[in-house]
Write a protein that binds this ligand. Structure first.
Ligand SMILES: NC(=O)c1ccc[n+]([C@@H]2O[C@H](COP(=O)([O-])OP(=O)(O)OC[C@H]3O[C@@H](n4cnc5c(N)ncnc54)[C@H](O)[C@@H]3O)[C@@H](O)[C@H]2O)c1
Length: 422
């Protein structure tokens, strides 16, 4: 009756890997997006962003992305994976979901299974439920089916995790839950059924607990440095063979998921709480690095390098990265020059909040005659880069929150790395 088994709406970093993985397990799937560059890349058979494991699948041309939504009428399941950011204040921005609903409502047919997969604030699937019954002639659970099936993959390991993570399936009626479970059962090793709100909270709690865990690590790094102690040594001793301690590494905690999801719960809470404090702590880490390096050396009459610009290691995703903020804090100290280098990104880097495109330096050029280096992202290879700097420019100061230098210190001079080697 339907030509496709699944149509993914919003084939970005979540939707495209999902569509390709469904094709990989034999599901006839297609996609819809509004980004012409993304559609062109898929049409040319290449991934529009870095996500290992999908090159052959996208090159096969079996997964087609359409630029208009009519194709949903030919698909048994409609899976929404559009973005769900926060507005500038602590408030969920539902506009992408609302636009999708408007765009597909005339193509929704009896027996359609509609799946919400974007990360959403509690109550959003219930909102979609009511929206569908207000704006289409269908009753959910009788004429059409509706489920919330959260995506829990991490960028960079989507291919593996789509096949190995258990899938949570939220629904308010057996038919919706069963239909969604049958579809995701083709991909996931295990399917767990529940209601809308629990499925929504599972996803948010997974992300927020990581966000708070990392905030605690960042706070401990701040406390340790204030006491003149070394956070990496403290953490190593605390975690070693002690079953009730699992302190995380400090680091920039950001990215589109972790940085926003706490807001989806916090918008309904008027009082300061742990999630808000975690936000404050994680947001403070760029300022902490600048401030605490300045306690050791001036950065005013200096050339500064910033290594890494994406929000996490070995990705080309700069959305919600804390590095632009670090860059602005360094800028405020008016150093002679700031050189940004990230080998995963193009030159120049177009960062939406920057007043001009940012030059992306080759790493060797960025470090020539440098006085201070901020390791902003823990990309593979930076450890060797720093060791080389230790030989050529031992007096250069390094702010290394990720410990890529491997000497268990956040602030040190590059020559210290060579001293450890000898
Ligand atoms: N990126 C991750 O690692 C990750 C992991 C788990 C969950 N999530 C959640 O998944 C959702 C999607 O995130 P993402 O990182 O894939 O975002 P993304 O921006 O990469 O992808 C969203 C896509 O939707 C498209 N889109 C927007 N409006 C549209 C419309 N009206 N019709 C068709 N397409 C439209 C955009 O062009 C874009 O390609 C978010 O809710 C996010 O929180 C993301």
């Amino acid at each position: 009756m339907f030509e496709y088994e699944a149509c993914i709406i919003g084939t970005g970093r979540v939707g495209l890997p999902l569509g390709l993985s469904l094709v990989d397990v034999g599901v006839k799937a297609t996609g819809v997006d509004v980004d012409p560059n993304l559609i062109a890349a898929v049409k040319e058979g290449r991934m529009p962003f870095h996500e290992p494991g999908y090159d052959e699948l996208v090159a096969s041309g079996d997964f087609v992305v359409h630029d208009t939504p009519e194709v949903v009428s030919k698909s048994a399941a409609i899976i929404m994976t559009v973005g769900t950011p926060l507005h500038n204040h602590i408030e969920t921005d539902l506009s992408q979901i609302q636009r999708v609903l408007e765009s597909i409502k005339d193509y929704i047919r009896k027996d359609h299974l509609i799946i919400l997969r974007s990360t959403v604030a509690p109550g959003t699937t219930a909102y979609v439920h009511k929206w569908l019954e207000r704006n289409t002639p269908f009753i959910v659970g009788e004429d059409i089916l509706l489920s919330f099936c959260p995506e829990r993959i991490a960028e960079g390991v989507a291919y593996k995790e789509l096949r190995t993570l258990p899938q949570i399936v939220g629904g308010e009626d057996d038919a919706s839950r069963d239909a969604a479970a049958e579809l995701f059962g083709k991909l996931a090793p295990e399917v767990m059924k529940t209601n809308f709100i629990t499925a929504e909270l599972v996803k948010l709690f997974c992300n927020i607990s990581r966000y708070v865990h990392f905030a605690m690590a960042n706070q401990f790094a701040l406390v340790a440095d204030n006491f003149g102690a070394n956070i990496y040594e403290t953490r190593r001793l605390a975690n070693h063979n002690y079953p009730r301690s699992s302190l995380a590494m400090p680091g920039f905690t950001a990215g589109t998921c972790l940085r926003k999801d706490f807001g989806m719960i916090n918008e309904w809470n008027a009082y300061p709480d742990m999630m808000l404090s975690a936000w404050k702590m994680n947001e403070y880490t760029p300022a902490m690095l600048v401030d605490h390096l300045m306690k050791r050396t001036s950065i005013h009459d200096c050339r500064i390098a910033v290594l890494g610009f994406s929000f996490k290691a070995d990705t080309d995703d700069i959305r919600d990265s804390l590095v632009p903020k670090l860059h602005r804090y360094i800028e405020r100290q008016l150093p002679i020059e700031i050189r940004i280098s990230d080998h995963n990104l193009p030159d120049p880097i177009h960062e939406p909040s920057a007043h001009k495109p940012l030059k992306n330096w080759p790493v060797a050029d960025a470090l020539e005659d440098i006085d201070c280096v901020f390791v902003a992202t823990n990309h593979t290879g930076y450890g060797d880069v720093l060791k080389e700097l230790g030989r050529t420019r031992p007096q250069a100061w390094v702010a290394d929150i990720w410990n890529v230098g491997g000497i268990d210190q956040i602030f040190y001079q590059a020559g210290d790395l060579v001293a450890v080697e000898v």
